[in-house]
Design a protein around this ligand. Structure first.
Ligand SMILES: Cc1ncc(COP(=O)(O)O)c(C=O)c1O
Length: 391
């Protein structure tokens, strides 16, 4: 049987990981500045996480949601504490798309409305409603096309105000990433997010913060929206939550009431996934991971901004992007080929950095040195002059 060929892939077989590093089947070591697509929060195969999963595996991995699973409450208590939202309610699922799917569905159950507002360059997942709210027609199948989603320009306060003035009473929810990830590390402005909060309050719409990529400590605060001093009605999360163990969730405001069977899942909140997610939060607290993401992120951001050939250096914490000019278009490929460093990409020419939130300064420096050296090398190659003069 062949694999269904949906990804262009690098010809590399990663067989081992530890901290911010991974190794391939030939023993070659790579620095992972991509975090397996923003998933690695506390570091690859963190020993506490491994132990917690192993211990749980020996007891029980799964039983249905028809029985009590105290690990779910333990996770809810820890998440409430670390996120500062003790009064919110937790629904557990398995992925980011599923989290957004449930968030949007729940919003519609809550206010009985249909119209969703999403923004240009948004990415919310590949399942039915999540992909309908994703601004990329090439991944929206005809069956997912709907008039229930309106796309407004990202960070455009005027457009948002006007749309609400005209259609406010029909709007079910606004879904927004605090920092757009797939869209190319585009930071939502504080005043834009505050306006989302205000218009949602005014018109009875639900504010959904998609924190799947920008949340779970990645920007230095637990939710990226915390930095805009706003509180969303629903936070969706996934990637960093399990540090690679598949788990997603929504954190739901106390103003939204649950009814039996309005949401449900077979695998969501299983024993093993809860054990993995609890381990992540324990390490986050013990090792001060959010502070590290903030400090190491700021350091990287400032140092990258000093490299004159790289443009629009932006982001927060360990969610960083910069534009690569055309004369350096081999930069990302060369970082992998020549320096054994994984980075992320966004169209058309963005390098995205999404490393483990435990990335230390030594490894940040290793990346920066490779980046400077490679920029220098590519510029000198283009101009046919010695490598040391540029960068
Ligand atoms: C902001 C955002 N939302 C949702 C998703 C979908 O998550 P998943 O791939 O776990 O379904 C992603 C994935 O990249 C994402 O970046």
């Amino acid at each position: 049987m062949k694999l269904f060929d949906v990804y262009p892939i690098n010809d590399i077989n990663i067989v081992k990981g530890l901290g911010s590093y991974v190794w391939d089947d030939k023993g070659i070591e790579y620095l992972d500045m991509y975090g397996g697509h923003a998933v690695i929060s506390i570091g690859h195969t963190h020993p506490h996480w491994v132990k917690k999963i192993e211990d749980q595996l020996e007891k029980i991995a799964f039983y249905s949601n028809s029985i009590k699973i105290p690990l779910q409450q333990e996770l809810a208590d820890k998440l409430g504490k670390v996120s500062g939202k003790n009064n919110y309610q937790l629904f557990l699922c398995n992925s980011g798309a599923e989290a957004n799917e449930n968030a949007l569905k729940l919003a519609s159950f809550h206010n009985g409305r249909k119209k969703i507002i999403a923004f240009t360059k948004s990415f919310h997942g590949r399942t039915s409603l999540a992909v309908s709210a994703t601004d990329n027609p090439s991944i929206v199948a005809p069956v997912n096309e709907t008039e229930n989603v309106a796309f407004l320009p990202f960070n455009d306060e005027d457009a948002l105000k006007k749309y609400f003035e005209k259609n406010g009473n029909e709007i079910c929810a606004v879904i927004v990433e605090g920092i757009q990830g797939v869209g190319g590390i585009r930071v939502a402005s504080k005043t834009f997010l505050q306006l989302v909060r205000n218009v949602c309050n005014q018109y009875g719409a639900v504010f959904i913060a998609d924190e799947v990529q920008c949340g779970y400590g990645r920007t230095g605060t637990f939710y990226s929206q915390d930095q805009a001093d706003v509180e969303a009605d629903i936070y969706s999360m996934a990637k960093g939550m399990g540090n690679g163990f598949p788990i997603g969730a929504i954190s739901i405001s106390p103003a939204i009431a649950a009814k039996h069977f309005m949401l449900g899942t077979t695998f969501g909140g299983n024993h093993l996934a809860c054990a993995a997610a609890i381990a992540v939060l324990e390490v986050m607290e013990k090792e001060n991971i959010l502070k590290n993401a903030d400090e190491t992120g700021n350091y990287l951001l400032n140092e990258i901004a000093k490299i004159p050939s790289l443009e629009n250096v932006r982001g927060k914490g360990l969610m960083i992007g910069f534009d690569v000019p055309s004369e350096l278009q081999e930069l990302r490929a060369n970082l992998l080929k020549r320096h054994k460093i994984f980075t992320g990409y966004a169209k058309p020419n963005v390098i995205r950095l999404l490393p483990s939130l435990a990335l230390d300064k030594k490894d940040a420096d290793k990346f920066l040195n490779a980046l400077r050296e490679e920029v220098n090398f590519l510029l000198s190659e283009k101009q046919n002059i010695p490598a040391s003069v540029n960068a």
